[in-house]
Structure formats: structure tokens, C-alpha cells
Design a binder for this molecule. Structure first.
Ligand SMILES: Nc1ncnc2c1ncn2[C@@H]1O[C@H](C[S@+](CC[C@H]([NH3+])C(=O)[O-])CC(=O)[O-])[C@@H](O)[C@H]1O
Ligand SMILES: O=C(O)C(=O)Cc1ccccc1
Length: 246
């Protein structure tokens, strides 16, 4: 169903800001797997983590669900009675394809959790009480000034015993650490067949729209939002995932 990512393969007259449009939606599974070290492991394990935090008759949110990779993992791994997954994204192109992928999953497996999709800006969302919120590489696309308030609202919507799973690209305050992990990430992309031109053009497309924080900034913000405990459960190069407990 997915095509190889050649979005930045040809020289562009002008590289415009990255958006999750139709062209990106078409190649997204290939793009994210070749760009984010550890992505398949993170997605699969969010399903496993989700099974631990789910409670009978509770909601599980997948915020910035894209094509629904996390939604699919949750649907397969969580067996708790009466749970429901809500995938949210503000890209109509992503959601249209997400719907197709979820129908294909429905045709392949029995006893999957029900899933709904919502086309909305997560900044405008009224969160219902929920056992799990997954934000898999989504917060980094939210305007920095609005991140604290969003996490505060997520914290308030989590049931006792629930969790937020937050995956992000990290930035490093230490210049040598930043340089080394950035170079190793570029090596990862080269090893996955991206050319220097593709790497350079993608970089200039995302540099204004994807703004990573340091691990310390995440910890401080989550703590200010009212989370009592933050655990780093995965890191591969400059990509990490955290469990934040209410
Ligand atoms: N304000 C917003 N409201 C709703 N959606 C948004 C917003 N801003 C960005 N998005 C959506 O967040 C997603 C980020 S991709 C997530 C990958 C997925 N989680 C995965 O596990 O495959 C990460 C990446 O491409 O690096 C896109 O689909 C955006 O449309
Ligand atoms: O490509 C990159 O450099 C990234 O950091 C991650 C990414 C992956 C998919 C879409 C946008 C950003």
C-alpha cells in the first residue's frame, strides 16, 4: 500500500515548509521507517505498554495518529474489556489513508479493539477521561509556547493508573553530544538509502516546523504539568520515548 519516499530526491527550486499533505501520506510508512531509528520497535511496544495501562471500559488516545501505526498496535495488544482507541490528526490526507489501513486491519484480524478517527487540532480537543495517551513524535510539531498547556490538559484527563507515552526527537544542550548524535542520525539515513540532497532538502523543510526539546526540558515540562514520574523506556540515537505517570 505504501510507496518509496522520493519527495526530496530531485533538486527543488525552493524548499517549502514540510506539511503532512497527500504526497507525504502516500510515502509516509517508508519515510518514517527510514528516518526514525527504532520506530518499528517503539510502535510495537506502545501496544505492549498500552496493555499494561488500559483499564476496563476506558479510552486510549493516539494523538497525531498519521496512518494509525500506534492505533493498530494498541488494537492488537490491548485485550481489556470495553476499551476504545481514538486516533486524532489534523491532516485530512493522513486520515483518509489511515481509514483505509484500519479497514485492512479489520479484515485481517478478529477481536481488535474498536477505533475511531477524529480530524481535529489536538490543541482544540476536549479530552475525555482516558487510561492512555500516546503522542508518538507529535509534540515536536506543536508550537513550543502551547506545549505546556497541552500537557497540562492531558494530565488532567488521565485516570489514576493511566499513562502518557511521549516519543520525541531530542536536542542536546551539550554541543559535542548534539553533534555526535546528529551525525549518527545522518549516517542512519544514508544507510537507509537517502542521498545527501534528500537529507539536506528534508532538513530545510522541517527546520521551522519540527522543533525538538532536550530531555531535561521534557522532564521539567511534564513535571510542571503535574506528572509525578517520568521514565525513559527507549532511546536510539536522538530519538526517545518516555512514560509519564499521573
Ligand atoms: N496540532 C495538531 N493536531 C493534530 N495532529 C497534528 C497536529 N500537528 C501535527 N499533527 C500530526 O501529527 C503527525 C506527526 S507524525 C506522527 C507519527 C505517528 N504518531 C506514528 O506513530 O506513525 C511524526 C513525524 O512525521 O515525524 C502528523 O500526521 C501530523 O498531521
Ligand atoms: O527526517 C527527520 O530528520 C526526522 O527527524 C523525522 C521525521 C520523520 C518523518 C517526518 C518528519 C520528520
Amino acid at each position: 500500500m505504501s510507496e518509496p519516499d522520493r519527495i526530496f530526491a530531485q533538486p527543488l527550486q525552493q524548499v517549502t515548509d514540510f506539511t503532512f499533505n497527500e504526497d507525504v501520506a502516500r510515502v509516509f510508512p517508508d519515510m518514517i521507517k527510514r528516518s526514525v531509528p527504532g520506530y518499528p520497535t517503539i510502535v510495537e511496544n506502545i501496544g505492549v505498554l498500552g496493555a499494561r495501562f488500559a483499564q476496563p471500559n476506558s479510552l486510549l488516545y493516539d494523538l497525531g495518529c498519521s496512518l494509525g501505526a500506534v492505533t493498530q498496535a494498541l488494537r492488537r495488544h490491548v485485550k481489556t474489556d470495553g476499551c476504545r482507541v481514538i486516533g486524532v490528526d489534523n491532516s485530512a490526507a493522513m486520515l483518509q489513508r489511515c481509514r483505509e489501513y484500519l479497514s485492512a486491519q479489520d479484515a485481517m484480524y478478529q477481536e481488535l479493539l474498536p477505533a475511531e478517527l477524529l480530524e481535529a487540532d489536538i490543541l482544540d480537543l476536549e479530552f475525555q477521561p482516558c487510561a492512555l495517551v500516546a503522542m508518538n513524535f507529535t509534540l515536536q510539531f506543536i508550537e513550543p509556547a502551547r506545549r505546556q498547556e497541552l500537557l497540562g490538559r492531558i494530565r488532567q484527563s488521565l485516570l489514576p493508573g493511566g499513562a502518557l507515552i511521549l516519543s520525541e526527537k531530542l536536542r542536546f544542550a551539550d554541543a559535542a553530544e548534539q553533534e555526535l548524535l546528529n551525525e549518527l542520525h545522518l549516517d542512519f539515513k544514508r544507510a537507509n538509502g537517502y542521498s545527501e540532497l534528500e537529507i539536506a532538502q528534508k532538513r530545510s523543510a522541517i527546520e521551522k516546523v519540527m522543533l525538538p526539546d532536550t530531555l531535561e526540558e521534557h522532564r521539567e515540562r511534564l513535571s510542571a504539568a503535574g506528572f509525578s514520574k517520568v521514565v525513559l523506556w527507549f532511546q536510539c540515537l536522538n530519538f526517545a520515548s518516555l512514560i509519564a505517570l499521573p
